[in-house]
Design a protein around this ligand. Structure first.
Ligand code: FE
Ligand code: FE
Ligand code: ZN
Length: 281
């Protein structure tokens, strides 16, 4: 079954109910949200009544809460060992795992981090160390999904081998998974026209069983550009045909696909893009 949704907003006043309503309005059967503004870490207390109401609404609308994705704010940087920032990032991630569990969801997508000039090896060490600190005392069932990155600036995680090296160093490996992002894969240099080869390589290095989410985005830039600028479906360098092949790939049927394409004239494009994708069923 196609599991498709998009990024939706999460607002203090409407809470999770608002997010679910937005997903339903797009014809989606899953969604992804940030627990607050992605660029800051101000988070309001979760209203449990609202969460219960949202859970009922999901049930009534065939949204499986085991496939819903939470995205950690991108200012968390586990690769930067600057003492203040490192502690802050670790503490925030601990809190975020608790929030995801309170919502009743299973997956938290995380950008591995940027090494800010210290080099990939140190970046990988810092990220693994942080994940060990965070996971040591966390007993939730939430899985952290490390996202494949475009390799912009000093980002860690634009190659499968880098993600593999992080997983290798983490004790609670069962708490880690991977989230693909088609724009990031393209910009990192992977050729999505040969998606089967990408899957084979991923399976060999990390294991397909760790893949739990795919961000579906076209790219404003060419393969290997290391830019990370998302484009609307079919309007970028990846193209509709290639994205459709990824979305309907037999091996990825049960994996939620999440659109993070840009708004058009201040309006979310997700209803139209989901309609377009469904035509290829
Ligand atoms: Fe992301
Ligand atoms: Fe993404
Ligand atoms: Zn991106």
């Amino acid at each position: 079954m196609l599991i498709i949704g998009s990024h939706v907003s999460y607002k203090k006043d409407s809470g999770l109910v608002g997010s679910v309503k937005e997903a339903i309005s797009y014809g989606a059967n899953t969604f992804m949200f940030y627990t607050g503004a992605p660029q800051n870490t101000i988070r309001s207390k979760i209203d449990l009544e609202n969460v219960n109401e949202a859970a009922k609404m999901m049930l009534d609308n065939n949204i499986d809460k085991n496939k819903v994705i939470v995205h950690a704010p991108y200012i968390i940087n586990l690769a930067n060992a600057d003492p203040n920032k490192y502690e802050f990032s670790c503490n925030f991630l601990k809190e975020e795992l608790k929030r995801v569990a309170t919502f009743g969801f299973k997956y938290l997508v995380l950008h591995p981090g940027s090494h800010v000039g210290k080099g990939i090896d140190i970046g990988i060490e810092n990220i693994s160390k942080a994940l060990n600190i965070v996971l040591e005392e966390d007993n939730s069932n939430v899985t952290i999904l490390l996202e494949t990155m475009a390799g912009k600036g000093s980002e860690v995680g634009s190659k499968f081998i880098e993600l593999k090296r992080i997983i290798d160093r983490v004790k609670k490996k069962e708490r880690l998974g991977i989230c693909f992002d088609t724009c990031h894969l393209n910009d990192a240099g992977y050729d999505l026209n040969n998606f089967d080869d990408i899957l084979l390589e991923f399976d060999k290095i990390i294991g397909l069983n760790r893949l739990k989410c795919i961000h579906i985005n076209d790219s404003k830039n060419s393969k290997n550009s290391h830019k990370d600028r998302h484009e609307n479906i079919g309007k970028g360098s990846i193209g509709l045909d290639t994205l459709i092949k990824v979305i309907y790939h037999k091996k990825l049927e049960d994996i939620p696909k999440i659109l993070e394409t840009p708004y058009i004239n201040g309006k979310a494009p997700y209803k139209e893009e989901i309609d377009l994708i469904k035509k290829y069923k």
